[in-house]
Design a protein around this ligand. Structure first.
Ligand code: MN
Length: 237
């Protein structure tokens, strides 16, 4: 049996081909899996579990119909995903980070945005967005107001991404070491940076690995893990 990991689908009504690819992925790969983990930024934006659109309902129905253990972690874009959405979709909401034991190997799973510590402006914003009081305040606004706020935040983020050096937008290797050391593991799996790769990352002289999932812009990226090990895979969508 195989455990599957995906992240950064950035599902949106404006890109229905990604939804199509997701449905296909569920049918062809996830149906026979042992478990499916979604490590953040599943949606391009999530305004709240009360945002009952036909698109959101289709995604919920697709997940709910999958007879497999399913887990989701917040990303920086869908951090408003709540228990109501998870219950409807049959998902378990995981904290970031979470250690998952995979066939005897403890794996530290994260979305990845918290690792980009050199992006100080973003780290400040992140602190605010993850504050429960701020989230509560945001969710108390009417949906159209939340949609406006989200649009504004995305525009701002695009400008920030354009103006920030590429290396600052990537993870800080010292932070990766710190997390691996703190959680006493040598394997980290994350998304967020859209730079799919498998990196050697020794910790205090002990061999370690950092696996980065890819986004679903042009390819469907996923990590398949079974008794014999892991495999980072992709195909064009
Ligand atoms: Mn992200």
């Amino acid at each position: 049996m195989t455990t599957l990991f995906i992240s950064d689908l950035h599902l949106t009504e404006d890109e229905l081909r990604v939804e199509e690819a997701f449905v296909e992925f569920i049918d062809e790969h996830a149906t026979n899996a042992e478990a499916l983990y979604i490590l953040g930024d599943f949606f391009e934006v999530w305004l709240g579990d009360d945002d009952d659109t036909p698109f959101n309902r289709r995604i919920i129905d697709t997940l709910a119909a999958l007879p497999v253990d399913k887990y989701i972690m917040h990303g920086n874009r869908d951090f408003l995903i709540g228990e109501a959405f998870c219950a409807a979709a049959g998902l378990t909401l995981l904290p970031d980070p979470t250690i998952i034991n995979l066939y005897g190997t403890p794996v530290l799973c994260m979305h990845g945005d918290s690792l980009c510590t050199r992006d100080e402006a973003y780290m400040e914003t992140r602190k605010m967005l993850r504050n429960p009081a701020f989230k509560q305040e945001l969710l108390s606004q009417p949906l159209p107001v939340r949609a406006d706020i989200a649009r504004g935040a995305r525009d701002q983020s695009k400008v920030h991404t354009r103006e920030t050096a590429m290396d600052i937008m990537d993870v800080t290797l010292e932070e990766v070491t710190r997390e691996l050391h703190e959680h006493e593991t040598t394997l980290l799996l994350h998304g967020h940076t859209h730079r799919p790769a498998i990196h050697d990352h020794p910790v205090n002289g002990v061999p370690g690995t950092r696996i980065v999932l890819g986004d679903w812009g042009t390819h469907a990226w996923y990590l398949a893990w079974d008794e014999s090990g892991y495999d980072l895979r992709s195909y064009g969508i």
